[in-house]
Design a protein around this ligand. Structure first.
Ligand SMILES: [Zn+2]
Length: 151
C-alpha cells in the first residue's frame, strides 16, 4: 500500500449531509482501489484539494447513467501537485469547470460544480475523487494512492 506524500483537504465542504464512501462504487477496484466518492447533490461547489496546476479538463458532456458504458462520457478536472501526484474530480456537470488547462489553483479554491456525467453506477449524483501517480507516459498507466487527509 502506498500513501500520498502530500496532505490533501476534502474536495467538498463536509457537512452532516455528505456521505463519504471508499468501496460502494463498483469502479473502485484495481488501479482505482483508493478512490473515494462524496455523495453530494448536483451543483455542489468542488474545492481544489491542494495547490497545483490544472492539466486536463473535460466539461462538454451532458450524459451519464448507471451503466458502465457511460464510462468515457464523464466530465472531470485533473490537477498536478508537488511530488508528481495528481488529483482528479469526476462527474462534474456540463460546463461545470471554473478553471482551464494551465491555471494555477490554491487549496480550497472553488474549481467547479458537481454533477452526474459518466458512469455513476447506483450512487446517483456524486463527486469521484482520487489521487494518483503515473507509472509511464501512457495515461492509462497509473495507480491511485491511499490519501493522507488534512485534519
Ligand atoms: Zn468513484
Amino acid at each position: 500500500m502506498t500513501t500520498t506524500q502530500n496532505t490533501y483537504a476534502y474536495p467538498v465542504q463536509i457537512t452532516q449531509r455528505v456521505t463519504i464512501t471508499y468501496d460502494a462504487s463498483p469502479a473502485h477496484v484495481g488501479k482505482l482501489e483508493y478512490a473515494v466518492d462524496f455523495i453530494v447533490p448536483e451543483n455542489t461547489p468542488i474545492l481544489a484539494a491542494l495547490d497545483g496546476g490544472v492539466v486536463d479538463v473535460k466539461q462538454d458532456s451532458n450524459v451519464g447513467g448507471e451503466d458502465k458504458s457511460y464510462d468515457t462520457q464523464g466530465n472531470y478536472i485533473e490537477i498536478q501537485h508537488a511530488k508528481n501526484e495528481y488529483s482528479i474530480y469526476e462527474h462534474i456537470r456540463q460546463q461545470g469547470s471554473l478553471v482551464k488547462i494551465g491555471d494555477k489553483v490554491k487549496t480550497g479554491q472553488i474549481i467547479g460544480y458537481s454533477g452526474k456525467t459518466g458512469w455513476i453506477a447506483h450512487l446517483g449524483p456524486h463527486l469521484h475523487f482520487d489521487v494518483h501517480i503515473y507509472l509511464s507516459n501512457n495515461p492509462e498507466d497509473y495507480q491511485t494512492l491511499k490519501i493522507h487527509w488534512k485534519e
